[in-house]
Design a binder for this molecule. Sequence first.
Ligand code: UT7
Length: 328
Amino acid sequence: MFRSKVAGVGSFLPEKVITNFDLEKMVETSSEWIIQRTGIERRHMVDENEGTSDMCVRAGNKALAHAGMTVDQIDLIIVCTLTPDYKMPAAACLVQAKLGARNIMSFDLNAACSGFVYGLFVADQFIKTGVYKNVMVFGAENLTRLLNYKDRDTCILFGDAAGCFIMTRAEENDPNYLMTAHAHAEGSLAELLWAKGGGTRYPFSQEVWDTGSHYMQMKGKEIFKNATRTMATACHEAMDAVNLKPDQIDWIVPHQANMRITEAVASHLDFPMEKIVSTVHETGNTSAASIPVAFDIAMQDGRIQRGQTILLTAFGAGLTSGSAILRF
Ligand code: UT7
C-alpha cells in the first residue's frame, strides 16, 4: 500500500462580488443581520459566460503550477460539485478537455458541501492501491444559479468558487501524507436541504417553474444544529483514528458555512478560534469549494505551511459529513 499527499493547491474566486448591501436591494434583509447571524460580508458570482468547469480550469492550472506538474502527468480528475455545468455529461469531462488532458478517467462526485472531503477520500483509495499516481480533486460550485433571489433564507448565504488539490503518491519515508479520512451520510434527513424540482423525479414543468421548486430550499435552523454536532463528531473521529489530540492540530479548515457554526464547532472541541481558518466573510458558503479555497487563501497568506498537521471537516446536504487529517 502507498500513501497519498498534497502536491499542489490552487483556487479561483470570480471577480464579480455581491455585497450584503446589494442583497438589501433584492430581499428584506440587512447587512447587519447577515453579519451577525452568519459572518458573511460578500460572496462572489461567476461571469454569465462561464460555469463550474471554467472555474475549475482556473483553479486547476494554479494547482498544477504550485505542484510543478503538467497536465499530462494527471491520471484521474474528480470534480466534487452539486452544480455541474450540465445534467450530462459530467463537469469533470469538460474540465479534462479544457485543461488539455486526454483519455483519463474523469467523473463528478456529488456529496454537496462535504464533496471535497469525500473526493480526497476517494482519491486516496486510488493512490493507496497503486492504481493511479496523480489525481486532481476539485471542489467547485456555481451556486448563485441555484438560488432564488426572492428567498432571503438562502440567497444571502451562498457564492461561487473553485478549489483544487493535486494528490500524488508520497515517497516511502515522506513525513507529509493524508493520515486519515472519513465520510458519512444520513439520507433520512435529505429533505432538510434540497432542490426538489427539475430533476428526474419532478422533471422541469410549468409547476416546477411557478413554485420555484428547482431552487435550493433549506430548513436553516435544523441544518445549523446538525452541522455543529456532526462536524465536531467528525473531527473527533479523525483525531481518534490517528491518536492525535486537539493541541497537536495546527489548523482546522472547516467547511465555510456560517461563522456561528465554526464557533460552535470550536467550542465543542475546545479548540482555539485563532487556529481555525475562516474565510466565510469573503466567500460566503461555496459548498464543495469552500475547504480548498479557504486552504489556499490561508496557504497564500502564510498561515498554512508545509509540514503542519491540518484537520478538514465538512457537513452538507444529504445529509453528508466528513473529516480528514493531513500532514501538509
Ligand atoms: O452548508 C450547509 C448549508 N446550510 C447552512 O449553512 C445553513 C445553516 N443555518 C444557518 O446558518 C442559520 O440557520 C441561518 C443563517 C440560515 C438563519 O439564522 P437563524 O439564527 O437560525 O435565524 P432564524 O431562521 O431563526 O430566523 C430568525 C429571524 C426570523 O424572524 P422572526 O421569525 O424571529 O421574526 C427570520 O424570519 O430572522 C428572520 N430572517 C431574516 N431576517 C433578515 C431570516 N432570514 C433573514 C434574512 N434577513 N436574510
